[in-house]
Design a binder for this molecule. Structure first.
Ligand code: CA
Length: 237
């Protein structure tokens, strides 16, 4: 099932930490608060979060020092990191990015901006799954050219429908819940509700014309791409 992304917030000012935590929670994240480097390290030793928000000015070790250390840690180096800083000078921003931060936010910031940047970082971190063309049941999808054909006839798909079909074809004959599809296809699902999946599946089927039946609804479970829809219905009945 869908997991809630965790965000480690390393911030010594409790008012700011609380404001961030409330907004994260409200937008589908699970915030974990650490007040300083010791607390942050303890949390990181315990579990690896999906993203780190790191204040620059902390008691004890600075955010910059921590960013450098975590970027050198094989366990943590892939975790997206956004630095929070009151320092807006270019030299400091460059130092933050050089230390391995994916982005930085200058205080005071709006929570809208913070969330937008978090989403952007997640988007950039979601790997592009380019690869070889997939052919199943007369349907061919080419990830490189973004072309889809059904028995040689081109199909016109929107970008989300294309990604959805790509995922389905790469994981054919398996049932995927709406939550799993949101995680795998959208990746950045902060504001997206599960019924959005239904809307895009409907559009996908319509765009696929005669091939649409290959995207099956599995009652109470989600969706499945199958090359033999009619047999699968019999099998599951
Ligand atoms: Ca601070």
């Amino acid at each position: 099932m869908r997991t809630i992304p965790t965000v480690l917030v390393v911030e010594d000012e409790s008012a700011i930490a609380e404001l961030i935590a409330v907004n994260l929670r409200h937008n589908g994240f699970k915030p974990i608060w650490a007040m300083d480097s010791t607390g942050a390290q303890r949390e990181l030793d315990d579990s690896v979060p999906d993203l780190i928000l790191l204040d620059w000015m902390l008691p004890g070790e600075s955010g910059l020092t921590l960013a450098k250390r975590w970027r050198a840690d094989p366990r943590l180096k892939a975790v997206p990191l956004i630095m929070l800083t009151a320092r807006g000078d270019e030299v400091d921003r460059v130092a933050g990015l050089d230390a391995g931060a994916d982005d930085y936010i200058v205080k005071p910031f709006s929570t809208k901006e913070l969330l937008a940047r978090i989403r952007a970082v997640f988007r950039r971190r979601t790997p592009e799954s380019l690869g070889k063309p997939i052919s199943l049941g007369g349907l061919t999808l080419d990830p490189e050219t973004h072309r889809v054909t059904f028995h040689g006839q081109p199909l016109k798909l929107g970008p989300t429908e294309f990604k959805l079909l790509h995922y389905f074809m790469g994981h054919a004959e398996r049932v995927h819940s709406r939550g799993q599809l949101l995680d795998k296809v959208w990746g950045d699902h902060v504001y997206i509700e599960e019924r959005t999946v239904d809307v895009h599946v409907k559009r996908l089927r319509e765009s696929m014309a005669g091939a649409g039946a290959m995207v099956e609804t599995v009652r109470g479970a989600g969706y499945r791409f199958t090359v033999k829809p009619e047999q699968a219905v019999v099998a599951s009945a």
